[in-house]
Design a protein around this ligand. Structure first.
Ligand code: FMN
Length: 447
C-alpha cells in the first residue's frame, strides 16, 4: 500500500495541507512541532469554544468528505440543551474509487488532522472523539495508534489538554471493510459494533448520533482545514479559496495523465490547470475522452468542461459534483462501456442490501452493462439502464444508491452512441474487447 508517485504542492515549498518536503516521507511529531505544531490548539484554548466555532463558520469551510456541507453550519445543529455527552467522529473510511487524499494524512502526516480533531472537539464540547479508519489501512492504523499515544504522553490529549481544563480522548477504530461504512450513519452503526447499515434520517447525527448522543461527523481533510482556520483565522482561510467556499483543497489526479498524484491548490482552481499544469497533460498527449471530477460516483464531464472551476458550486453548475476532488482522466481509445462495467460492479458489490432499489438495481445495472460490453446487449438497453438508474435515484435510505446511479446515467447520456454500437455489432469495438456477434441475450428482466 503506497501513495501514487507524486505528492506535490501546486506552490513551491510546503503547502498548507500537503506539507511533505522533497525527500521527506513522514512528518513526525518532532517535525510537526518544529513546523509550529499545536499553535492552533493553543490559540483555540485562548479563544474559547464558541469563538472557535464562530471562526469556522465565518471561514466558509465546506466539508471535504464529498457533499460539501458547511462545517460551521453542521456544528450549529447540535442541540444546545441536551444533557447527553457529545461525540466527534472523524470519517477516515476513504473508499470511493479514485479518491486517495485522506490517505496522505493517515500514512504520512497525521498530526494536522489530530490537531484539528482537538480544536473541533473543544469547539463543539466533545470529550471523546473517534477516528474511524478504513480497515484495509492496516499500517496507518498502527501508526495512528502510536501517534495518539504520543499525544497522550506529551499532554496534548488526556484529562487536561496542554494544562487546560479541557480534556479529550481519541480512539482509533478500524473500519469494517465496506464502502457503505463511509456513509456517516452506517459508520455510526459500525462504530457501535453493529453491521454497517445506514440509518433513516432525520434524525441527523448532530441530534441523535453515536450511542444515541449528539454527534458531529467530519472528514479527515476537513479536520486539517479546521486546524488551519484556528491557526491563521477565518479571513486568511477564505482568502486561500473562494468567499463562499474557503481554503485550499487537496486535489487528486489519476488516470491517463503524465503526473498522477495529490496537488494542493486554492479551492476553485480550474480543471485545465489541474490536468495540464499539475498533471502535465495526458499520456502521449492523447485527446481527453472524459473526466470524472470528484470520485467515481460523480457524473463524467468532457473536455468542454476544462475551464470549470473546481469548487462545489461551479462543478454542480456544470452538471456534476466536486465530490472529493479526485479527478480521473481518461483519453480517446478507452471503452466507456468497459469503464462503466468496473464502476457498476463496484457499486453492486458494495450495496448493503437494505433498500430494494439499490440492492436489486445495482446488480441489474451491472448485468446489463456487462452484457453490452460482452456482446450480449439488446436494443433498448440504454433506456433500460436509464430507467433502472432513475428508479434508484432518491429512493434509498442513503446516497449509495445515487452514487451507483449517477455514473450510469452520465455515461449512457454522454457515450450513448458507443453503447449502441456495442449492441449493434454484438461486441466491444475497442482493443481487448469481448467477442462479436455470438451472444445469447442477458437476463434483463427481474433480477
Ligand atoms: C456510500 C457513501 C460513502 C461515503 N464514504 C465517505 C468516506 O469514505 N469518507 C468521508 O469523509 N465521507 C464519506 N461519505 C460522506 C459522509 O456520509 C459524510 O457526509 C462526511 O463524512 C461528512 O464529512 P464532511 O462534512 O467533513 O464532508 C460517504 C457517503 C456515502 C453515501
Amino acid at each position: 500500500m503506497s501513495l501514487p508517485p507524486t505528492v506535490a504542492n501546486a506552490a513551491p515549498g510546503r503547502g498548507h495541507l500537503l506539507r511533505l518536503a522533497p525527500g521527506e516521507s513522514v512528518v513526525t511529531l518532532d517535525r510537526h512541532l518544529a513546523l509550529g505544531g499545536f499553535s492552533a490548539v493553543r490559540k483555540a484554548l485562548v479563544m474559547g469554544p464558541q469563538a472557535v466555532a464562530d471562526e469556522v463558520r465565518r471561514a466558509n469551510l465546506r466539508g471535504r468528505g464529498g457533499a460539501g456541507f458547511p462545517a460551521g453550519v453542521k456544528w450549529g445543529f447540535l442541540p444546545k440543551d441536551s444533557p447527553k455527552p457529545r461525540y466527534l467522529v472523524i470519517n477516515a473510511d476513504e473508499g470511493e474509487p479514485g479518491t486517495f487524499k485522506d490517505r496522505y494524512f493517515l500514512e504520512r502526516d497525521p498530526f494536522p488532522m489530530l490537531e484539528g480533531m482537538i480544536v473541533s472537539a473543544y469547539a463543539i464540547g466533545a470529550k471523546t472523539a473517534y477516528l474511524y479508519v478504513r480497515g484495509e489501512f492496516v499500517k496507518p492504523i498502527a501508526m495512528l495508534e502510536r501517534a495518539v499515544e504520543q499525544l497522550h504522553r506529551g499532554g496534548y490529549l488526556g484529562k487536561s489538554v496542554l494544562g487546560s481544563s479541557f480534556g479529550l480522548d481519541i480512539h482509533v477504530h478500524p473500519g469494517a471493510g465496506a464502502y457503505v461504512c463511509g456513509e456517516e450513519s452506517a459508520l455510526l452503526e459500525s462504530l457501535e459494533g453493529k453491521p454497517g447499515r445506514p440509518r433513516n434520517k432525520p434524525p441527523f447525527p448532530a441530534v441523535v448520533g453515536l450511542f444515541g448522543c449528539p454527534t458531529i461527523i467530519n472528514n479527515v481533510e476537513t479536520m486539517a482545514c479546521v486546524r488551519l482556520i484556528a491557526d491563521v483565522g477565518a479571513e486568511r482561510f477564505v482568502a486561500m479559496g473562494l468567499p463562499k467556499d474557503g481554503g485550499p483543497k487537496i486535489y487528486g489526479l489519476s488516470g491517463h495523465v503524465k503526473r498522477p498524484g495529490l496537488y494542493e491548490a486554492p479551492m476553485g482552481t480550474p480543471l485545465r490547470k489541474l490536468v495540464y499544469d499539475f498533471g502535465g497533460g495526458t499520456i502521449d498527449d492523447r485527446p481527453i475522452k472524459g473526466i470524472i471530477p470528484g470520485g467515481s460516483s460523480t457524473p463524467v464531464l468532457g473536455s468542454e468542461h476544462l475551464d470549470v472551476a473546481m469548487d462545489f458550486d461551479s462543478v454542480k453548475a456544470a452538471g456534476s459534483m466536486l465530490g472529493t476532488g479526485a479527478v480521473t482522466v481518461f483519453t480517446e481509445g478507452t471503452c466507456a462501456v468497459r469503464l462503466l462495467t468496473r464502476l457498476a460492479a463496484f457499486y453492486a458489490h458494495e450495496s448493503c442490501g437494505q433498500c430494494t432499489p439499490c440492492r436489486d438495481g445495482t446488480g441489474w445495472m451491472e448485468r446489463v452493462v456487462s452484457a453490452i460490453e460482452e456482446g450480449r446487449g439488446r436494443p433498448g438497453d440504454c433506456d433500460l439502464l436509464l430507467s433502472i438508474a432513475n428508479q434508484i435515484m432518491g429512493n434509498t435510505i442513503c446516497a449509495l444508491g445515487d452514487a451507483a446511479a449517477m455514473p450510469v446515467i452520465a455515461f449512457v447520456e454522454r457515450y450513448r452512441a458507443e453503447f449502441e454500437e456495442h449492441v449493434a455489432r454484438g461486441g466491444c469495438p475497442f482493443e481487448g474487447g469481448h467477442g462479436h456477434g455470438h451472444g445469447h441475450g442477458h437476463e434483463g428482466g427481474n433480477p
